[in-house]
Design a protein around this ligand. Structure first.
Ligand code: HEC
Length: 276
């Protein structure tokens, strides 16, 4: 369990999970990493109108990124949460600014479709919607993992960061509740249910309370802030994180890192490939 995981391992193991087959024809037409730079403010290339014979902009992947202000992003995410929920608001906080600065495909993209991520997808308490939204943003901006594993790496490390963070981190300029201070908790999990559950246990506030809503809005804002900081590093060529945890490599199956949270002391081992 101690071997170091490299970025390349994600790529190889993603194939084990079957990822790659699903990447369709749009993925195979990707230009190299410098595509991401075609939309920078310096180049002034507004990506609005497809030229005749060109692939429609929405089909091109990855999408252009320009650096954004983390605080502005977090404010948009905090306030947007009340309309779009945790997943939709993370997507909106980034894409609405890129719609202004870059244009298409962001202008036509329906951020609201990600309201469905709310409550760990439709209230089932699975992956926190803000992380689902962040992963989506990483994937569209960085491109297919079959070409560049950075999108998976960034999504993985965002989940790991979230799990260990003393949440919520971001303090909004005009909080709608918890004005005199807020209870902080560490979820030790990327799951909505666990994250909200630990906070409610500590704070004694119910899911329906304004305090819990403000907390989740702040968590979404924290994720949006962190994601923009990371994307800003990446577009500058300064993103060099290592893989924090990758289940298929470490546990030989898709898994979070915190086995004991669910399994207690007797964590089972996945069947070894040779014994198939
Ligand atoms: C979020 C909760 C959760 C986490 C975290 C988790 N598991 Fe599981 N895991 C389960 C559940 C529930 C099952 C189904 C158990 C069953 O049916 O016996 C399962 C099944 C398994 C199985 C196959 C069934 C068995 O009993 O052999 C293995 C192996 C396993 N987990 C290993 C791990 C390892 C290793 C980790 C950490 C790297 C981990 N799990 C993390 C909830 C979890």
């Amino acid at each position: 369990m101690e071997e170091k995981i490299t970025r390349r391992d994600i790529l190889a193991k993603a194939a084990v999970l079957g990822v790659g087959i699903a990447v369709g024809s749009a993925g195979t037409r990707i230009a190299s990493a410098d595509t991401a730079e075609t939309g920078t403010a310096e180049s002034g290339n507004k990506n609005d109108e497809p030229k005749s014979g060109e692939e429609p902009v929405m089909r091109q992947w990855p999408w252009p990124y320009v650096k954004l202000d983390p605080v502005e992003t977090a404010e948009l995410a905090y306030n947007g949460w009340y309309e779009l929920g945790c997943g939709g608001t993370v997507v909106m906080s980034i894409f609405s600014q890129l719609a202004e600065k870059v244009g298409e495909p962001y202008k036509s993209f329906p951020d609201e479709s990600f309201v469905i991520f709310e409550g760990g997808l439709g209230g089932w308490g699975t992956l926190c919607g803000s992380l689902n939204g962040a992963a989506m943003v990483c994937s569209l901006i960085i491109g297919p993992p079959t070409k560049d594993e950075t999108s998976v790496l960034m999504a993985i490390n965002t989940m790991d960061w979230y799990s260990h963070a003393i949440m919520p981190i971001y303090v909004p300029k005009e909080p709608r509740a918890n004005v005199d201070g807020i209870v902080h908790t560490v979820s030790d999990s990327p799951l909505c249910h666990v994250s909200v559950g630990k906070w409610e246990k500590e704070s004694k506030f119910a899911t329906s309370s304004p305090e819990r809503k403000d907390r989740c809005a702040r968590v979404s804002a924290s994720v949006a802030y962190k994601l923009v900081m990371t994307l800003n590093e990446w577009i500058d060529g300064n993103y060099h994180e290592e893989v924090t945890w990758f289940g298929p490599q470490k546990a030989l199956m898709p898994a979070q890192y915190n086995c004991a949270d669910c399994h207690g002391k007797n964590v089972p081992k996945a069947p070894q490939p040779e014994k198939k």
